[in-house]
Design a protein around this ligand. Structure first.
Ligand SMILES: CC(C)[C@H](C(=O)O)[C@@H](O)C(=O)O
Ligand code: SF4
Length: 408
């Protein structure tokens, strides 16, 4: 899947990729896939998109499977009850050659989200709130099982968002036991089993749940009702706070985090004590393997309907796949976005990472639905605030970080 370094502008199919490194990489991928008869979706294919969105969409990802891919956000596929994790380039080579890998057994972490979410609170807020609780190293050595009523109630799209960011919490993988929603999602997809094979697979999939009383090495519990829409203030995904909070004082942290927070606040151009809702932004990015699915676009469009993005704002929506894009056009979401003043792009990783033409310029500040807010992640000296799609839409309208609950 060419996704990281492809342009997302409408002229890309006819155009040549300007960046030489990217061009060579995509051409090599095209050629290798052809030479070795590997299933492949070139940029000219309507099904092309971000691998973690297209895999499930095409029915490659199934419950109980072991899924590996040369990308850390492979954790996304755990939403189907698959053991899915990112691997390095040499490991990809090994898998292609042998279909095997040597692995160490992970420890188990249970992350339970009890109760129901409040309006305006989404899967993205759950997964960021969990990282806020555990820290980016909290999951090291673990595979997380997300469970509890709030997780059960999520759609498959929402579950993928939650598992997607397991890696940001340090865990190698995150997963959710498959249920009727999972089976319904998988059924009829191009690469899913059909007929009697589906029935046989289904009977096995139904056995994939954690036994009553099973042992977990670590348990984290959050109350769904207590989770607020969250936003990151710093340069690590663990730097999350409810939108109603203020930029923290570095001294409020312990150990090495004091210095890290100082540096993050400086890099982000913020002041301790400043209200998060007073942070002005100039760019809004809706997309990525975290939040580039149809439900994410619906959530953002629901806020944007009949509204305009703030003057001078650069706002773009990059659907996670060509099929998400097509569906959004069919549902009228694309019109809502363009009428509001958003650019409507072709599928790819886009501004999630600065590996293609969609980048922040120095000092620009973005409300982004992606998953990483590291220094320079969206462009050299660019500033990233991670948010949910609904929160991104709200910020696009007002020009500052905004509590979406005021717009419901
Ligand atoms: C470029 C790629 C290897 C990387 C990853 O593994 O995650 C990217 O997708 C990211 O999100 O940083
Ligand atoms: S969308 Fe972002 S996080 Fe996902 S695979 Fe692409 S670059 Fe990585």
């Amino acid at each position: 899947m060419p996704d990281h370094n492809v342009p997302t502008t409408l002229d890309r199919v006819s155009g040549v990729i300007a960046n030489e490194e990217s061009r060579i990489q995509v051409e090599a991928l095209d050629k290798n896939a052809k030479d070795f008869g590997i299933h492949y979706y070139p940029v000219s294919d309507v099904r092309q998109g971000i691998v973690h969105i297209v895999g499930p969409e095409q029915g490659w990802t199934l419950p109980g499977m072991t899924v590996v891919c040369g990308d850390s956000h492979t954790a996304t596929h755990g939403a189907f009850g698959a053991l899915a994790h990112g691997i390095g380039t040499s490991e990809v080579e090994h898998v292609l050659a042998t279909q095997t890998l040597i692995q160490k057994k992970s420890k188990n972490m249970k992350v339970e989200i009890t109760g129901k979410l409040k309006p305006g609170v989404t899967a993205k807020d759950i997964t960021m709130a969990v990282i806020g609780e555990t820290g980016t190293a909290g999951g090291t050595g673990y595979v997380i099982e997300y469970c509890g009523e709030a997780i059960r109630e999520l759609s498959m799209e929402g579950r993928m968002t939650v598992c997607n960011m397991a890696i940001e919490g340090g865990a190698r993988a995150g997963l959710i036991a498959p249920d009727e929603k999972t089976f319904e999602y998988v059924k009829g997809r191009p690469h899913a089993p059909k007929g009697a094979q589906f029935e046989a697979a289904l009977a096995w999939w139904k056995t994939l749940f954690t036994d009553e009383g099973a042992h977990f090495d670590k348990v984290v519990t959050l109350k769904g009702e207590e989770i607020e829409p969250v936003v990151t203030w710093g340069t690590s995904p663990e730097d999350v706070l409810p939108i109603s909070a203020v930029v923290p004082a570095p001294e409020s942290f312990k150990g090495g985090k004091v210095e890290a927070a100082k540096r993050a606040i400086e890099y982000m151009g913020l002041t301790a004590g400043q209200k998060l809702t007073d942070i002005q932004i100039d760019t809004v990015f809706i997309g990525s393997c975290t939040n580039g699915r149809i439900e994410d676009l619906r959530a953002a469009a629901a806020i944007l309907k009949g509204k305009k993005v703030k003057d001078g704002m650069r706002a773009m929506v990059v659907p996670g796949s060509g099929l998400v894009r097509a569906q959004a056009e069919e549902e009228g979401l694309a019109d809502i976005f363009t009428e509001a003043g958003f650019e409507w792009r072709l599928a790819g990783c886009s501004m999630c990472l600065a590996m293609n033409p969609d980048q922040l310029a120095e000092g620009e500040r973005c409300a982004s639905t992606s998953n990483r807010n590291f220094e320079g992640r969206q462009g050299y000296k660019g500033r990233t605030h991670l948010v949910s799609p609904a929160m991104a839409a709200a910020a696009a309208i007002t020009g500052h970080l905004t509590d979406v609950r005021e717009m419901l």
